[in-house]
Write a protein that binds this ligand. Structure first.
Ligand code: NAD
Length: 491
């Protein structure tokens, strides 16, 4: 694809438009450090105002508000089909600035986004209310109404998934949506604008803006935005909550970071615990840059030697294959997203070397691109940063335990609560432990993966609110209670 065909302008009211200001983002390819573009438009105050005005005019007496549920459903299905048809182009645009392997973007992120649009298309004409007979003199109706202008702010590690999670339920419920991708991954999301237009969504229903934290904070503090769903770090999540409180008390959903545990009991089926997409493989998908990655492995002492040596073998084989172009269909593991994140991860590795035993990895791969060896530390000090803080890179810590109680204690020894994994052949134990681990999701004998019909979200400092399932649909609606006095005197 030529640089001239890379979308860099804002998608507002169904048109690609230049930002009102001159600020631009520069993108570099983390595989070979080459420049991609220096011309991604940054949305400022006027641009966000324009997007809000366009969204408002689609609502109220505007065209989008006149759509029936069945029409909204048909439009969601149409855009899902267009996303599928354009998967290769979309994946290319997402891969070049992030280094995420193109095959993972096509076969996981885009596939999932399409499924999410189809799932919520199924909901759009099935939104119901309820009513209560007049047993106390009042006939009561509860109806669910769209909130209005909604917005989403996303991290860079799987942009298309966040597009699905945030935009699809909002549209199914009848809202308009303004989506801000990360400044590290704006291109794929921008290209989606044209597809929403082609699918027949009226101007202002779905809009894509680009920019950094300043653009994000304009959305978070905007008076006309009534709901905002945020995916990103806990630090920025705090700022979003503060901005919402200081502006119009918009509803917010916070999908924040994690330091998820994987508890491996001695009776775990080893091929499941170690194999391709399990403790080690699951963690290394996207080179450790996944919010639910189980970055703290808590393994029963009696099997820890055998377990760790298998894990080391797996990490070293992944390391040996790293360095190939993420645009090659055969590439499975890409670089760290950019130099800033690379430095951050290397900083943790250096601290880890002082507080734990290094089992493998610990260095940069090659001299070109932002590659880091998959790294494992064993039995870190409990107060060390590699055990307590989210690293968001290919750095795993392993801690051993003697009994179930100790394992649960270690699993819960974190400020986060996103997802937990439990590996065991004993289903009774799996259920017992799953009720005691403090996290929004639990996977048994698997990494934790999002499912269309179950809510996805964290507890503790991993945030609140949910994506996916019926829970997310409800979060894009206001419940309105209507009470009718049935005992008014006859005229
Ligand atoms: P980040 O918090 O730095 O940025 C996320 C988004 O917030 C970006 O779009 C950024 O431009 C925007 N932003 C920055 N400052 C802002 C401000 N003051 N006001 C409004 N918006 C602002 O996170 P990141 O580096 O992009 O992503 C990594 C983090 O995201 C990790 O902590 C990871 O665990 C988390 N994450 C969570 C989930 C989840 O579903 N729970 C999924 C993926 C990533």
């Amino acid at each position: 694809m030529q640089n001239s065909t890379i979308p860099t302008k804002l998608f507002i009211a169904n048109e690609y438009v230049s930002s009102e200001g001159d600020d631009r983002l520069t993108l570099r390819n983390p595989w070979n450090d080459s420049d991609i573009t220096k011309d991604v438009h940054v949305a400022g105050r006027d641009d966000i105002n324009n997007a809000c005005l366009a969204a408002e005019s689609a609502l109220g007496k505007g065209p989008w508000a006149q759509f029936t549920g069945a029409q909204r459903s048909a439009h969601l299905l149409r855009v899902a089909a267009l996303m599928e048809e354009n998967a290769e182009k979309l994946a290319y645009l997402e891969s070049i600035p992030t280094g995420r392997p193109i095959s993972a973007i096509i076969h996981f992120d885009i596939k999932h986004m399409v499924e999410v649009f189809r799932y919520y298309a199924g909901w759009a004409d099935k939104i119901e209310g309820r009513s209560y007979i007049e047993d106390n003199g009042f006939y009561k109706i509860v109806r669910y109404e769209p909130i209005g202008v909604c917005a989403g702010i996303a991290s860079w590690n799987a942009t298309f998934m966040y597009v699905g999670w945030k935009i699809a339920p909002a549209l199914a419920a009848g809202n308009c949506f303004i989506f801000k991708s990360s400044e590290k991954s704006p291109l794929g999301a921008l290209a989606l604008g044209q597809l929403f237009k082609e699918a027949g969504f009226p101007p202002g229903v779905v809009q894509f803006v680009t920019g950094d934290g300043n653009t994000g904070s304009l959305l978070a503090s905007h008076q006309k935005i009534s709901k905002l769903s945020f995916t990103g770090s806990a630090n920025v999540g705090r700022k979003i909550q503060e901005a919402a409180a200081k502006s119009n008390l918009k509803k917010i959903t916070l999908e924040l970071g994690g330091k998820s545990p994987a508890i491996v009991f001695a009776d775990a089926p080893m091929e499941i615990a170690i194999g391709g997409y399990s403790v080690g493989g699951g963690f290394l998908a996207n080179s450790g840059q996944i919010c639910v990655a189980a970055s703290r492995v808590i393994v029963e002492e009696s099997i820890s030697k055998e377990f760790c040596s298998s894990l080391v073998k797996l990490f070293e084989s992944v390391s040996a294959e790293m360095g190939t172009n993420p645009l090659d269909a055969s590439t499975t593991h890409g670089p760290i997203v950019d130099q800033q994140q690379f430095q951050r991860v290397m900083g943790y590795i250096e601290q880890g070397k002082r507080s734990a035993e290094l089992l493998t990895g610990g260095s940069r791969i090659g001299t070109k691109g932002q590659f880091i060896q998959p790294t494992i530390f064993l039995n870190p000090q409990k107060d060390s940063s590699i055990w307590t803080e989210e690293i968001f890179g290919p750095v795993l810590t392993v801690m051993t335990f003697k009994d179930e109680e100790e394992a649960i204690g270690l699993a819960n020894e974190t400020d986060y609560g996103l997802a937990s994994c439990i590996y065991t052949s004993d289903v009774t134990r799996a259920l017992r432990v799953s009720s005691r681990v403090q996290s929004g999701g639990v996977a048994i004998n698997s990494p934790f993966l999002p499912e269309l019909n179950t809510p996805f979200g964290g507890i503790k400092q991993s945030g609140y609110g949910h994506e996916l399932g019926k829970e997310s649909l409800k979060s894009y609606m206001n419940a309105k209670s209507i009470h009718i006095n049935m005992e008014i005197p006859k005229l």
